[in-house]
Write a protein that binds this ligand. Sequence first.
Ligand code: ZN
Length: 233
Amino acid sequence: VFLTGAGVSTPSGIPDFRSVDGGLWTKYDPCEVASVSAFRNNPANFYSWIRPLASKIMDAEPNSAHIGLARMENAGFIRMIVTQNIDGLHQRAGARKVLEVHGSWDHLSCTACFQQFESENFMKPFLMNGEVPYCPQCGSVLKPDLILMGEQLPARVWLEANQASKSCDLMIVAGSSLEVLPVAGLPTRALDNGARLIIINQSDTYIDVRADLVIQDELSFVISKIAEKVMGN
Ligand code: ZN
């Protein structure tokens, strides 16, 4: 089981919006715009905050880390990719068994009638003019199917992620500093059930001390090398 975070997608040009303290997000405090109560109070502010990220997600292509992981998953070496990323790049690289524990940018849901829509249909006017998307059925504001601060993780996905972590023989954490709960607790579940743990990340994590192997190197390079070794080409 792989547990992936923002570091997998930064080579595709998608910034880690939680750790950005310069550039696009200096105007906003994520806690003030990216919480579920902030969204309810001021959806326009939320959409204006997420617009630069949305634009990067729409332009991004999977990189060699996504591709290496998808190849290993397709060949049966990876049982599950649990990801904190919302960009859909694992799936676009061809991975099929992906659990998006923080939700996804791919869909929007109506805050009143709960009808779900594909984001793509609303992206053009949103990205071009900042138009907030409204429900074509009832006219209420649409919310991206992302897990905002203060929101529960999706129950079924979270249950599956827990089960996968408890029953794997090896967990590899890739590109996550494991700072966001409750996802950061998954490696502990794996270890407590006898799994080995490998951490591939540019910076230290709280659980490095319990890992069998810690690799602090360029992630897409490391994943490509693992895929090469495992797949034999
Ligand atoms: Zn509606």
